[in-house]
Design a protein around this ligand. Structure first.
Ligand code: TXA
Ligand code: MG
Length: 341
């Protein structure tokens, strides 16, 4: 059971975070409390990564399965090195190129990282977030911050402080409201303990960018299916994830019949539409959201759009599937998981 608490919300400028608010937040982290804060990807729910009790309260507040490890956020690559047994040259190159930024590196952990952070695994996922509020908090707290996305387990990640509040009010101590997060999808998780390095979760850093730095990365399109058959390589790869309350249907370009069929029913339907020119006779039952055709803008909008459709109380969501390709990989991944039964 979670420990009920009063949740304070503080609005903070994303460009110039008010040092007084940051000091207050860092103090809460140091004494074992829970704080939601914006990163460049989504809002995180942070606690001191070196305090097993504080990290346990993250699991309770989220209702997170204990087998799912948590990413540790640090202020710099040198702070990251303190947490791992091995820091390969590849880690240096990736940190140089991608940090601060949406890339999580999985490396063998040192004993100072409590087992609860890594779900008793031998590796720890670490990243330096590229958001002034997150960085200010890490610099002031001077301790690594363990932070999953600030949603209830298996629900959609939050891209605004309002999303966080709706999910976690009364369960956490403080929400730093820095406005909408610019990236909108989570970081890329890259396992550096195998050769070649393997992508465990596609994210805002693309395979193409990683290939440029390290030559070759392994991405197994079918890895999502493995979770149904065997142990998860990354426990976050459980099938139904990032899911709205409504049932979500992905529709390929040209495949209009499922849309027409759903829209013809009397239930309320949400539609994330990519092709406004697609004609439909039945949009009066639908809440239509026209999505950007650029992958970065689409990513930034996706979770907020799904939150809006849930709030509108639709029972079914139709999503026009964006094109294939590296730039859309993370979007496809999240849509497929959100539509899993
Ligand atoms: O962008 C992000 O990564 C956000 C912000 C807050 O940093 N965080 C985030 O955390 O998305 P979470 O807990 O929602 O997802 C972390 C993913 C999960 O799939 C988890 O299983 C995986 O990373 N992960 C974390 N540590 C790992 C480890 N040591 N080995 C394998 N996978 C790991
Ligand atoms: Mg999450």
């Amino acid at each position: 059971m979670f420990n009920p608490r009063q949740t304070i919300v503080r609005s903070v400028s994303s460009e110039h975070p008010d040092p007084k608010v940051i000091v207050e937040a860092a103090e809460i982290i140091r004494r074992g409390g829970l704080i939601a804060f914006p990163t460049e990807t989504v809002y995180g729910l942070g606690a001191s990564a070196l305090d097993a009790g504080a990290v346990e309260s993250i699991f309770k507040a989220k209702g997170r399965p204990p087998a799912n490890p948590i990413i540790v956020h640090v202020a710099s690559a040198s702070a990251a090195r303190q947490l791992v047994l091995d820091w390969p040259p590849l880690a240096d190159r990736l940190a140089e190129r991608c940090w601060p930024g949406p890339l999580t590196l999985v490396l063998p952990k040192r004993p100072i990282v409590p087992d609860i952070v890594t779900a008793s695994g031998r590796t720890v996922g670490i990243r330096v977030p590229a958001h002034p509020i997150a960085l200010a908090l890490l610099q002031d707290a001077q301790i690594p911050i363990a932070a999953p996305s600030a949603n209830r387990s298996s629900e959609i990640s939050p891209t605004t402080a309002e999303h966080v509040q709706a999910a976690l009010d009364g369960r956490i101590d403080l929400i730093l409201d820095g406005g909408p997060t610019p990236g909108g999808l989570e970081s890329t998780v890259l396992d550096l303990t195998v050769d070649p390095p393997r992508i465990l979760r596609p994210g805002l850093v693309t395979i193409e960018e990683l290939d440029e730095v390290i030559g070759h990365v392994d991405w197994d399109e079918t890895s999502r299916e493995h979770t149904a058959k065997g142990p998860a390589r990354s426990p976050g790869l459980i099938d139904r994830h990032y899911a709205p309350r409504a049932k979500l249907h992905c529709v390929k370009v040209g495949e209009t019949s499922p849309v027409q069929e759903l829209l013809a029913r009397p239930n309320r339907v949400g539609w994330l539409r990519l092709h406004p020119e697609a004609v439909s006779n039945h949009t009066e039952n639908a809440v239509v959201i026209d999505m950007p055709s650029d992958p970065a803008a689409y990513s930034a909008r996706l979770y907020a759009a799904l939150h809006e459709l849930d709030d509108a109380g639709v029972d079914q969501i139709v999503v026009d599937l964006p094109p294939e390709g590296d730039a859309w990989l993370a979007v496809h991944d999240r849509l497929i998981r959100a539509s899993a039964k």
